[in-house]
Design a protein around this ligand. Sequence first.
Ligand SMILES: [Mg+2]
Length: 402
Amino acid sequence: MIIHADMDAFFASVEIREQPALRGRPVVVGGRAESRGVVAAASYVARQYGIRSAMPTATALKRCPELVVLPGRMALYSEVSRQIQDIFARYTPLIEPLSLDEAFLDVTASTVLFGPASQIARDIKQAVMKELKLVISMGVASNKFVAKIASDVQKPDGFVVVEAAGIQAFLDPLPVSRLWGVGKVTEKKLRARQIHSIADLRHAPESFIRQHFGQYGEQLRQLARGYDPRAVITERDAKSISRETTFAQDINDVEILSGVLSSLTEQVAWRMRRQNVQGRTVQLKLRFDNFHTITRVHSLSAATHHTRDLWRTVRQLLNKEITSGLPPIRLIGMGVGGFDTGEPHEQLGLFDTPHTDDANPDAAHSKAESIDKITDDINHRFGNKLLLRARGLRRPRPASTR
Ligand SMILES: [Mg+2]
């Protein structure tokens, strides 16, 4: 059984938790109207004014002049994200994070210990509320596709369990736009042929679907029947781990870009250590204001999961791009692949590093290991007081991070 867990209005909810005076007020996290910023997350009170993610902040303020617009605090949201995943991890190691606030959990093997999937979902929801004072919506079903829809249909504070026998009845009345991959264009195409609901699509002749949608049509038909064979892929099984941030406005300030990249590197490295994987391929991804996207890759001689090594490499990749002249950036991301699997990596004690010196590679390596371990340890134990390297603290308001 699969659970899809998804925080409600995540960034905005964290801000309201931190500043209780904001409760009941329309709140968004996003860029400032004066600098053509957009909304990254809107509280449910703000949504009552028709305010949505990715809407220009200026438009949002027109709809609701008393709107509270807050800049994003990615370090805080990342830390809360870690705490949420710690709660997930009590119930299953099979976690596939989709973004900071959303994940699939395969709890099939966990039911022996913790009871049925619906009970696990209920327990997680209660733990998130009790320990983090935040609301998470849960969808439970036999596959990812149905679980994801289930977590969404009753938001906010949703809790929907779809039994295998009830999948078709659950899907049938939903609009075709609920199907993955059905965007505005496909939806229009389907609607023009009187296919509005998932049931309509299910009843359409196979030949008709194949004729109009080719291979993709078969996929659509399968989804409409609630068939989705995809497994939950943990980061340990994944071929790479990456994080990226889309800016609310295009950025060409090198300092800001470095700060964001540093924070993304920190998150990726932390995930690698948590999954006990090391990688040798470091990738930088940049998307420009014209949506042109480039990736730059550097292969290290040895696999690593140290923040410092990964940061040095990805910063070099960025510097190379900067010196060749950089148009404004819409999205920046970093990832690590080429995982070394097999032998477990050495575990170093916290205080058994003698004298360290960057000129001595072995000692420098030990130092990096110690810093990472201490950071992880403190982050794990003290929750909110996230230790981040100082360069990561300067950052603009991102529109989204995943
Ligand atoms: Mg969410």
